[in-house]
Design a protein around this ligand. Structure first.
Ligand code: LLP
Length: 423
C-alpha cells in the first residue's frame, strides 16, 4: 500500500496535490512519501517479532540523505557498496555498527575507511578480498568482522540483468569453494568470521528461490559448525519484489515467516538454528512504491505508425524502462481531460531510440498535462545521469501536509563544475 491516491480526480501525495508541488518546484521531479517509506521499513522490522534481526536498507536503491536519515531514525542498518555510500550513511546519521559492506570490487581505500569507522560486517565476494582485508586490518591493528557472500546457484526467476545467484553471475563465492575460504579466514589473525551472506537477485516475486538458497546456506552452516566455525548471523540479502503492474510478490511478513519457519523446521529442538540473528538487505521493497516521477507532456506527435507523447523526463532521469524493458505504470496527475483516449508511446527528448518511459499506453492527454510514473522510488534517481547535458532532478518528500525539498534541481553550471580548459 502507498500514499499516492486520487482525490476528486486529482493525484495526491499524502495530503498534498501533486499539481501544487509542480507549480512550486517545476517539472520533472521525484516525489516521495514519508508515510509509505516508513510503513514499508516497519513491515520488515515488525515481522521478526522477538527474533534477533537487523534490516540493512540497500542504499543503492535510493541514497538521498533525507531518506537514509529517516530510516536511521527508525533504527535501520544499511547495506553499502562503495565509499560514497558509506559517507552518505554517516552524513545521514547512520550507525556504523549497523553497516554491512557488499560489492565485488572493494578498493583498498574503501576497506580502510570501513575498518576505521568500525562497520558491522564485510560481505566478502572474492578470495583476494579476504587477503586484502586481513592485511589492511593488520596494518591498522584492528580485527575485521566478515561474512562470505556465497553464490548458491539458485534461479531467482527474475530479469537476467538483475539475477545474481547463478553460477554464471560474477557475484559471491561459489558455494562449493566457500568452505575453503571459511577455513582460510578462520586461521587469519585479523579476521573474525561472524556470518554468511547471499543475495540471489532483485524483484523476486516468489518465496521459493529464497528458501532454496537458505537451504543451501544452512547445509554449509552445518558443515562449518562441525569444523568448529560458528556463525552469529545469516544475511539473506535483499530482492523482495514489488507490484509494478500485476505481480503479486509475497508481503514482507509472509516472506519472513517462511524464513523463520524454515529455520525452526531445520532443527525444531535446537536454539542453535533459530538463534541466528537474521540480516536482510531490502531496497526496492522499502522505497520503490514510495516514489513517483512527475513529468509534463511537451508535445503530441501522432504519426501513421505510432503516437508519441514527448515528455520532459527521459531515460537519463529514469533508465529502468530503457535498460530492462521495465514496465512502470504511467497515470495522469489530473483525471479531468477533454482529450480523446489514444494509445501513446511516452518518450523523452534524449537522442536515442531507446529513450522511452512507457509504450502503448492508453491515455487522455494534451500538451501541458502532467503524468506520474509510479514505482519510481527505487533505482530511479540513483541510476540517473547527465546524458545530453540534462541536469539531475529535484527530489521532494511529502510528510502529511508538509512538503520538504530534499534535493535541489542541479543547475546547468554544475554540469561542468570540475571541468577544465587547456591553457
Ligand atoms: N543486497 C545486494 C548485495 C544487492 O546487490 C542488492 C541489489 C540489494 C541488496 C537490494 O536488492 P533489492 O531489495 O532492491 O531488490 N537496478 C535494478 C536493480 C539492481 C539490484 C542490484 N542489487 C532495477 O532497477 O531493477
Amino acid at each position: 500500500m502507498d500514499h499516492f491516491n486520487y482525490r476528486n480526480g486529482e493525484l495526491f501525495a499524502e495530503d498534498i496535490a501533486v499539481q501544487d508541488i509542480v507549480y512550486k518546484y517545476g517539472s520533472p521531479c521525484y516525489i516521495y512519501s514519508r508515510a509509505t517509506l516508513e510503513r514499508h521499513w516497519k513491515a520488515f522490522d515488525q515481522a521478526f517479532g522477538e527474533h534477533a534481526h537487523l534490516i540493512c536498507y540497500a542504499v543503492k536503491a535510493n541514497s538521498n540523505i533525507a531518506i537514509l536519515n529517516l530510516l536511521a531514525r527508525l533504527g535501520s542498518g544499511f547495506d553499502i557498496v562503495s565509499l560514497g555510500e558509506l559517507e552518505r550513511v554517516l552524513k545521514a546519521g547512520g550507525d556504523p555498527k549497523k553497516i554491512v559492506f557488499s560489492g565485488v570490487g572493494k578498493r583498498e581505500d574503501e576497506i580502510l575507511a570501513a575498518l576505521k569507522i568500525g562497520i558491522r560486517c564485510f560481505n566478502i565476494e572474492v578470495s583476494g578480498e579476504l587477503d586484502r582485508i586481513n592485511l589492511l586490518a593488520g596494518q591498522l591493528g584492528v580485527i575485521a568482522p566478515v561474512s562470505f557472500r556465497v553464490n548458491p546457484d539458485v534461479d531467482a526467476k527474475t530479469h537476467p540483468y538483475i539475477s545474481t545467484g547463478l553460477k554464471e553471475n560474477k557475484f559471491g563465492i561459489d558455494i562449493q569453494q566457500a568452505l575453503t575460504e571459511y577455513r582460510r579466514a578462520a586461521a587469519m589473525p585479523y579476521i573474525n568470521v561472524i556470518g554468511i551472506d547471499c543475495h540471489i537477485g532483485s524483484q523476486l516475486t516468489e518465496t521459493r528461490p529464497f528458501l532454496d538458497a537458505l537451504d543451501k546456506i544452512l547445509d554449509l552452516v552445518a558443515t562449518l559448525k562441525a569444523e568448529g566455525i560458528n556463525l552469529h548471523h545469516l544475511d539473506l540479502g535483499g530482492g523482495l519484489g514489488i507490484c509494478y503492474k500485476d505481480e503479486q510478490p509475497p508481503e514482507p511478513a509472509e516472506y519472513i515467516q517462511a524464513v523463520l519457519a524454515r529455520l525452526g523446521k531445520t532443527c525444531p529442538e535446537s536454539a542453535e538454528w533459530t538463534g541466528f540473528e537474521i540480516l536482510l538487505e531490502p531496497g526496492r521493497a522499502i522505497v520503490g512504491n514510495a516514489g513517483i516521477l512527475v513529468t509534463q507532456v511537451e508535445y503530441l506527435k501522432p504519426t501513421a505508425h505510432k503516437n508519441f507523447a514527448i515528455v520532459d523526463a527521459a531515460m537519463n532521469d529514469l533508465v529502468r524502462p530503457s535498460l530492462y524493458s521495465a514496465w512502470q505504470n504511467i497515470i495522469p496527475v489530473n483525471l479531468q481531460s477533454n482529450a480523446e483516449e489514444t494509445t501513446w508511446d511516452i518518450v523523452g527528448p534524449v537522442c536515442e531510440t531507446g529513450d522511452f518511459l512507457g509504450k502503448d499506453r492508453p491515455l487522455k492527454i494534451a500538451p501541458g498535462d502532467l503524468l506520474a510514473i509510479r514505482s519510481s522510488g527505487a533505482y530511479g534517481f540513483t541510476m540517473s545521469s547527465n546524458y545530453n547535458s540534462r541536469p539531475r532532478l529535484t527530489e521532494l518528500m511529502v510528510d502529511g501536509s508538509s512538503l520538504h525539498l530534499i534535493r535541489e534541481r542541479e543547475t546547468i553550471a554544475q554540469l561542468w563544475a570540475g571541468e577544465h580548459l587547456l591553457p
